[in-house]
Design a protein around this ligand. Structure first.
Ligand SMILES: *Cc1c(COP(=O)(O)O)cnc(C)c1O
Length: 359
């Protein structure tokens, strides 16, 4: 007889690894194409030498560096094994049973429904607008006295759309102050908009203790393989997060690499300018080929291909470019370097139009 496992976990799909396409260009995971900077590689190698010692469980040095960078106190900063771990920990600190609701838009980041269910809470989803953006009015209207946590992914993964500072402020003004609102800003560094409209969760959180911001070293900072993300919020929220933190889950190597990457941020953030320029070029070419492409403020674009999504992604893989399908809904394409984007565009403006139902 096998051991008894929580029956509800049967409804969470087991992880299915992507098919291996040797030599294919990978535009499926919103990673950066560049490896770590030399200073980060050096910090990684040095930290690895100390692998027989446990890492600092308080993550003191990195939290201090982040606090200085963001002009907050270290008590306002928690660090997690990727910001996805912090998503799970945020459910753990706010919800204690199925009567508690976690509210988020759909479609949005795939981890939200999973961490909600793993946390034994109930997910409440609000459809995106016709324009594939958060429907913040409908989300505010969906708040109940059972709502414990709200995720707002801005820019939204996988659609790339962003709400402005003013739109977020109006939403936050409508949410009762006892409900924790998570502004997930994994793609913050790719947002342009204007100085006036650009959303910055850390600024919004300064006067709102029920706002917590998530950012990560996995995307613009290029450390996806090392697993380090952070939360910025009220010290009471941060203290609670540290209570449920899996001990030592942010490795010594990850902490060292994050500190070195933060120090080299000018160089890293320069790279985002290239991605932003390519994002515009790719979107223009796709629009010209007849695709619907919502404006993106992230390092990917969204093709709402609906019933054609799976076939389009399969044909793209055959053509040597891996993209991320969400069956029945759309396809997310990461912006890579110009040569990678050209390969994708050659497919998408040629054979891809047939797979997409455009020709
Ligand atoms: C990629 C991503 C994250 C987190 O990534 P980590 O690698 O776990 O830090 C969080 N939120 C969104 C919306 C993302 O797309």
């Amino acid at each position: 007889m096998t051991a008894r496992i929580r029956p509800d976990l049967a409804t969470i799909p087991a992880y299915v690894p992507g098919r291996n396409h040797p030599g294919a260009v990978k535009l499926a995971s919103n990673e950066t194409t560049f490896g770590p900077l030399p200073t980060a590689s050096k910090a990684i190698a040095e930290a690895a030498e100390q692998s027989h010692r446990y890492p600092d469980n308080q993550i003191t040095e990195l939290r201090a560096a982040l606090a200085e960078f963001l002009a907050v106190e270290p008590a306002n900063v928690a660090v997690g094994c990727g910001s996805v771990a912090l998503c799970q920990e945020l459910v753990q600190i706010t919800c204690d049973g199925p009567a508690d609701e976690v509210l988020f838009a759909w479609r949005s980041f795939e981890a939200y429904p999973i961490v909600t269910q793993v946390g034994n809470a109930t997910a409440v989803t609000v459809p995106l607008t016709e324009g594939h953006a958060h429907d913040l009015d409908a989300m505010a209207a969906a708040v109940t006295d059972r709502t414990k946590l709200i995720f707002v992914c801005n820019p939204n993964n996988p659609t790339g759309t962003a709400r402005t500072r003013q739109e977020l402020e109006a939403f936050l003004d409508r949410v009762p102050a006892h409900i924790l609102v998570v502004l997930d800003e994994a793609y913050y560094e790719y947002v342009r908009l204007t100085a006036e409209t650009r959303p910055d969760g850390v600024e919004l959180g300064r006067t709102r203790p029920n706002v917590v911001v998530l950012r990560t070293f996995s995307k613009a900072y290029g450390l996806a393989g090392l697993r380090v993300g952070y939360a910025v919020g009220d010290p009471e929220v941060i203290t609670a997060l540290m209570k449920v933190h899996i001990p030592f889950s942010v490795s010594r190597v990850a902490q060292a690499a994050a500190i070195a990457s933060l120090e080299a941020r000018e160089e890293l953030l320069d790279r985002t300018a290239h991605v932003v320029a390519e994002r515009a070029r790719v979107r223009e070419a796709l629009l010209a080929a007849g695709y619907e492409v919502p404006p993106s403020e992230a390092n990917f674009v969204w093709l709402p291909l609906r019933e054609h999504s799976a076939a389009f992604a399969a044909a793209s893989a055959e053509a040597g470019v891996l993209v991320r399908p969400f069956a029945g809904d759309g396809v997310r394409v990461t912006i890579g370097d110009p040569h990678e984007n050209d390969l994708f565009l050659a497919f998408a403006t040629g054979a891809g139009r047939v797979a997409a139902g455009l020709a």
